[in-house]
Ligand binder design. Sequence first.
Ligand SMILES: Nc1ncnc2c1ncn2[C@@H]1O[C@H](COP(=O)(O)OP(=O)(O)OP(=O)(O)O)[C@@H](O)[C@H]1O
Ligand SMILES: [Mg+2]
Length: 373
Amino acid sequence: MTTDEERQAELQRLISRSALEWRLTFDAIAFPLLLVELDGRIIRMNEAARDLGGVSYEGAIHHPLAVLGEGHPWRAVRWLLAEVAQTDRRASTQTRGEDGRTWDVSVSPVLGPDRDRWAVVVIVDVTDTVRLQERLRRSETMSAMGGLVAGVAHEVRNPLFGISATLDAFESKFKRRTEYKRYLEVLRERVERLNLLMRQLLDYGKPSRLDLGEACPHEVMTSAIVACAPLAHQAGVEIAHEADPSLPRLVVDRHRVVQIFQNLLENAIQHSPAGGRVFFRAQAPEDGAAVRFSVEDGGPGFRPEDLDRLFEPFFSRRRGGTGLGLSIVQRIAEQHGGEVVAANRPEGGAVMTVTLPVCYDGDGRLTSQHPRL
Ligand SMILES: Nc1ncnc2c1ncn2[C@@H]1O[C@H](COP(=O)(O)OP(=O)(O)OP(=O)(O)O)[C@@H](O)[C@H]1O
Ligand SMILES: [Mg+2]
């Protein structure tokens, strides 16, 4: 080999080496990164981006962005790219996918080697950060609102109790006067509704301590089903339940966890068609650190635009609903270090999933791992 050829070969080796180094670095970055032409043709994408798009290297390079699918965050990438093509300025947005994950997406214009207009796309999964921020905001609002709500509810309860007692006295005195019966029934029903609302408000507002103890998931599920049986019967809805026989025991405030499932089952029954079936399931995910409960119905499901607001206090679309049910569910789940997620099932209907961590040392003792123990 002549010296020229040797130099050429050495140069070639150096180029391949630096290409490899660059590719390794690019792939080691944990969040999805892409280099694209402004018309959307993919020039490079790292491993995280390929995983997210579910494509191989060969299946993506030189192909249009459409090969990555129509869902989020790719839809947002395409909008932003169109914007960058027009303005030649960096564009960014936050987008939430159908699966509940939140992404920060940014597209920055860059000049390619032949002064071609290219763009760098950076996608960061900020689901956990956004959840944490929402939780913090909620707990701040809650502590401000909680005191007020609990105070008002407490004050209203006494006169309400007075009205109930007066109704009792009235009823016993004028038992025989059938012309009053109709009015009494209406009054009773309204007072009962107010009582329920006050109980819910007190429950929601008071900064309650958890009364933790061991509980068997099957028993907790059964208690909630029994409590909802009259409503299910009235609505002609069947509750089917299924639980993994090997579920670990939980360290929870039993009464409150029953309340979670009762609220979810009530919603599912209220939204089910007559003759429908509600599925209540429990399973332990593979790591065994939590138990995942789900309540599924065959109703209309959630309106997509409501998904962000379901857990807000007083958000309701149900006639006669207070809109506290799901906010109480979320509050109790979070107090237990767990979480609740609302979604629509692909085959139709709603599914609510509650994950509660198992805080049990396996030897029959409570552990101190629980956030509130
Ligand atoms: N299984 C479901 N299917 C469809 N929509 C639902 C379902 N569960 C809840 N929703 C929607 O979410 C809203 C909020 O539910 P939430 O339980 O917080 O309040 P509510 O049922 O209206 O009143 P309440 O305080 O009596 O529970 C409901 O009004 C309804 O629009
Ligand atoms: Mg409800």
